[in-house]
Design a protein around this ligand. Structure first.
Ligand code: OAD
Ligand code: ZN
Length: 244
């Protein structure tokens, strides 16, 4: 695989790199992306019908079951070479910030540290009344687990459509976009705000934007480099070329 020589020089010289990932980086692990149609039992639903506070209010058992299925699936799959390449980049670059929209926890399992989870993480649940976040809970087969403190329904610790992103994580991601010399946008359709604005913030602050994606997105025209293809193939090659 060939890369433009100036991207190699740029990455070797960079002291501060930020990367935003989306569902495409987990596709080669076997997890569906959002733009993939859902299959089987869930084919009758759109993600928007299951991933909203209203849906949870209306049918908590269905939403709880949907996330239990996704949590199980995420636990069954493994990080792919794209996740591992990003963990390696984090070890080789002086200051590397990994920001993800994914909730599958695969970056952490690949060894990435300090991952900024803009949309939460399905391996955690939280009290729907705000008592706290839990990584362990008593499963109530067939119904929704309840908060050990107040008895209210527990819910996945993820951002649903129409909800605010966790402010601290968003501010850290914005600061990383402003400070970096290179900003990667990897495996994301670059459609959902505010995550999709990070690349433009980086560009406005002088960073080079490198997009690694299977298809063209609204960001592609503004990117300095567009490496089209699978992140699980491109990223390991790029890390090898740049950092040996
Ligand atoms: P999408 O499904 O919107 O986009 C995935 C992108 O990855 C697409 O552009 C694909 O072309 C690309 N892709 C697929 N396989 C790939 C591969 N092997 N290598 C590289 N690229 C690949 O997923 P996201 O952009 O992550 O928000 O979606 C962003 C947000 O929209 C999600 O976090 C979710 C959803 O609403 C919330 O849940 C709040
Ligand atoms: Zn509670």
């Amino acid at each position: 695989m060939q890369f433009p020589p100036d991207i190699i020089r740029l990455l070797r010289a960079a002291k501060n790199i930020a990367a935003l990932t989306g569902a495409g980086v987990s596709a080669e692990s076997g997890l569906r992306t959002f733009r993939d149609a859902m299959d089987g039992l869930w084919a009758q639903y759109r993600p928007e019908d299951l991933a909203t506070p209203e849906a949870f209010e209306r049918t908590p058992e269905l939403v709880w079951k949907f996330y239990a299925m996704r949590r199980l699936k995420a636990g069954e799959v493994k990080p792919n070479p794209g996740h591992c390449a990003l963990a390696e980049m984090g070890r080789r670059v002086a200051h590397f910030t990994l920001i993800t929209q994914n909730v599958d926890g695969l970056h952490q399992r690949a060894g990435s540290e300090g991952v900024i989870e803009l949309h939460g993480n399905i391996t955690r649940v939280k009290c729907s009344r705000g008592c706290g976040v839990f990584t362990e809970w008593d499963d109530a087969p067939g119904s929704v687990s309840t908060c050990p403190k107040c008895g209210a329904n527990l819910r996945p610790d993820v951002v649903w459509f129409g909800e605010m992103l966790p402010p601290r994580q968003l501010e850290t991601a914005m600061a990383a976009a402003r400070a970096c010399q290179v900003f990667f946008s990897i495996g994301t359709s670059a459609l959902v705000q505010p995550a999709a604005s990070l690349a433009y913030t980086a560009k406005q602050h002088g960073a080079a934007v490198v997009e690694v994606n299977a298809e063209v997105t609204p960001l592609t025209a503004s990117a300095d480099y567009f490496l089209q293809g699978k992140s699980g193939e491109i990223l390991p090659e790029l890390v090898k070329w740049v950092w040996g």
